[in-house]
Design a binder for this molecule. Structure first.
Ligand SMILES: Cc1ncc(C[n+]2csc(CCOP(=O)(O)OP(=O)(O)O)c2C)c(N)n1
Ligand code: SF4
Ligand SMILES: [Mg+2]
Length: 348
């Protein structure tokens, strides 16, 4: 008797026909339970769900466990693992070479707030159109757990050493320096982080996301303020982010009194429900105040703190031609002797 084999179930694909597998990378070599792995998973989900073409993405990083993580997602994308703290200048150069690419930078709290501080400041100030993620664990994980500049004062190392220097708040800094999308999340908060990453993909300007990402090997003990337990007890969300991508119908009801609707560059909508009454995510001063007040209460504020969709990005300010500089033909980029002579004549 002939047997009929049931057809294999259709593989789930996104709006550009790719499977989630097409957004994966190499198998992680980070410690099991490291917050950085959870962030890589959310990046995969966000890029897949937004239907971003992996070949149109450049992944950039510095040095650290966090900076290794781009190897563990999107292996069809372009990647550049740069020098410690120098990812911003590599990213700026790469984007000037091809501003049609989506740039995603992954850094660490050491990579950003110690050795990379100068470069970070100028990236924010220029509003370079890229997503800049700090995988923030308060320590130099790769070099075995020394305190970083984002470690809170009074926080202890496993060895009992107490941190006696104040922490740098990278979100307050990014706000002051000019980033146009600033937020903080927690690697353990899947829903919040995914919504923020999807909105980040739709923004045109610098997105600075500080994601608390516990280091299970060196900084997840009692006394650490960057541990899973501390975050579970002290996380205080200021906004609840939901997201309507540009390819979906936006007719979802919301109350304009309590929710901001931000239309992003790609036509997507970021809906921010205010959880604190007088908070305004379009006001930098309000965002800085909220962060400082929460810090004084010992809370870790999360959510999107600030969005500005009007400020021109660095590539817009430079009035770059539409065609990427990197693919312009030599005849255009090297005008030749006659043109040079005309210029010289005009100066005589
Ligand atoms: C120029 C230079 N200085 C110092 C180092 C040593 N080093 C490697 S990674 C690192 C810190 C990494 O910390 P972080 O950026 O927080 O990443 P994590 O490992 O915690 O994810 C340091 C100091 C280096 N590789 N290069
Ligand atoms: S040492 Fe810490 S930061 Fe590095 S992989 Fe392990 S848990 Fe993650
Ligand atoms: Mg670190």
């Amino acid at each position: 008797m002939a047997t009929t084999v049931p057809p294999a179930p259709a593989k789930k694909t996104n709006r550009i026909g790719l499977q989630v597998l097409d957004y994966r990378g190499a198998k992680t070599t980070l410690c099991a339970g490291c917050g950085h792995n959870a962030i890589s998973e959310r990046i995969i989900d966000a890029m897949y769900e937004m239907g971003v073409q992996p070949e149109r993405v450049m992944k950039l990083s510095g040095i650290g466990c966090s900076s290794k993580s781009p190897a563990y997602f999107m292996n069809r994308s372009h990647s550049f693992n740069s020098v410690h703290g120098r990812m911003p200048s590599v990213a700026t150069g790469a984007l000037l070479g091809n501003h049609t690419m989506k740039a995603l930078g992954v850094s660490g709290d050491g990579d950003t707030a110690s050795i990379g501080m100068g470069q970070f400041a100028h990236l924010m100030r220029r509003n370079v159109p890229m997503i800049y993620i700090i995988e923030d664990n308060g320590v130099y994980g790769l070099t075995k757990g020394q305190f970083s500049a984002t470690a809170d004062i009074g926080s202890t190392l496993k060895t009992g050493v107490i941190n006696d220097l104040p922490a740098i708040d990278t979100c307050v800094l990014a706000l002051e320096l000019g980033a146009t999308f600033v937020g903080r999340s927690f690697s353990g908060d899947k829903k919040q982080l995914l919504a923020m990453l999807k909105a980040a993909i739709g923004h045109n300007g610098t997105v600075m996301l500080d994601v608390i990402s516990p280091c299970v090997t060196f900084n997840d003990h009692e006394g650490s303020t960057k541990s899973y337990k501390y975050m579970q007890e002290h996380e205080e969300a200021i906004t609840e982010a939901s997201f309507v991508p540009h390819f979906e119908d936006i007719a979802v009801e919301y109350d304009p009194g309590t929710t901001y609707d931000v239309r992003l560059h790609d036509g997507s909508h970021l809906r921010l429900r205010k959880l604190h009454e007088d908070f305004d995510p379009t006001n930098r001063i309000s965002a800085v105040n909220a962060l400082m007040e929460a810090h004084a209460r010992g809370e870790v504020l999360t959510g999107v703190f600030y969005v500005d969709t009007k400020k021109p990005s660095f590539t817009e300010l430079l009035h770059l031609v539409d065609e990427p500089l990197g693919t312009l033909p030599e005849a255009v980029t090297r005008p030749g002797r006659e043109v040079l002579e005309q210029v010289m004549d005009s100066l005589r």
